[in-house]
Design a protein around this ligand. Structure first.
Ligand SMILES: [Mg+2]
Length: 272
């Protein structure tokens, strides 16, 4: 689609796409304003579990990015949706921070610290992760609890650094329990996409997914029938596109105004 504004809906990743820490990335405000002025439907889709949906909402407003709470999905929140749908009576051992527990409680789910009583182990990002938590999680899984992960991200960009994320913690639990996760809920999962498209109420082909990670954001869009745009303001570089088999429809240096309309650059796939 040559005309960017021919899409009906736009999904944005947050970290590395809209902001990094407390810094709004270039072009975000004007692009969002333009899309709103044209009546486009927007969703902000993040794989975070250390911030609640409300936290993201407050942060976006603080960065002068107007939005509604209902336009935001976090992987922590969607994990709550998933468990409430599939195992509403679950006893969940959470490897994660308070934000994730808060999201689960908002869905009426029961959280336990007892590995012998837990029916599910949900793994998110946990900056206080340590040996005892690894032991508890592995014990729970060995006793039959279902292992789930909030997202597959092994690392996360922060200002001036890259820090370990959920996927790195998950791998240690998989190793210690000798079992792989049964479900990974965040991007690029089909479950997350189904929830997003349901909220947008559009055909996936009318939707553009914009993000900074090939293996989550772009794969998410491609696997779920959306068109995709990679922004080079976060994790992925143009060189990464050349070595990976995940090829976005567009590559933009950032969301600044020069990237809009006729100056977008369709990328020809070399991954056939
Ligand atoms: Mg990102």
């Amino acid at each position: 689609m040559e005309d960017l504004y021919a899409y009906d809906a736009f999904c944005f990743d947050l970290d590395g796409t809209i902001y990094i820490d407390q810094m709004r990335l270039p072009g975000v405000k004007s692009f969002i304003s333009e899309l709103r002025a044209r009546g486009k439907r927007l969703l902000f889709l993040t794989n975070t579990s250390v911030h609640t949906r409300e936290d993201c909402y407050t942060r976006l407003l603080g960065l002068d990015v107007p939005c509604q709470l209902e336009e935001i999905l976090t992987a922590g929140y969607v994990s709550g949706m998933y468990l409430a749908e599939h195992a509403p009576d679950a006893w969940v051992l959470v490897i994660g921070e308070e934000a994730l527990k808060k999201e689960l409680r908002s869905f009426g789910l029961t959280i336990t610290e007892d590995p012998h009583r837990s029916t599910h182990v949900l793994v998110g990002m946990d900056r206080q992760f340590h040996y005892d938590k690894l032991h508890q999680a592995a014990t729970a899984v060995r006793h039959g609890a279902v292992l789930l992960a909030v997202n597959p991200d092994t690392c996360c960009p922060v200002q001036g650094d890259i820090i370990p994320d959920t996927g790195s913690i998950l791998k240690s639990i998989e190793a210690a329990s000798e079992q792989e996760a049964a479900v990974v809920i965040g991007k690029p999962s089909r479950y997350y996409a189904a929830k997003a498209l349901q909220l947008l109420d559009v055909n996936s082909g009318r939707c553009l997914m914009i993000g900074d990670r090939l293996e989550t954001d772009i794969l998410f869009g491609k696997q779920n029938g959306m068109k995709t745009a990679l922004v080079l303001t976060g994790i992925a570089s143009k060189e990464d596109v050349e070595v990976m088999d995940i090829v976005p429809d567009y590559i933009w240096s950032s969301l600044n105004e020069r990237s809009l309309g006729v100056s977008i650059h369709p990328i020809r796939s070399t991954a056939l």
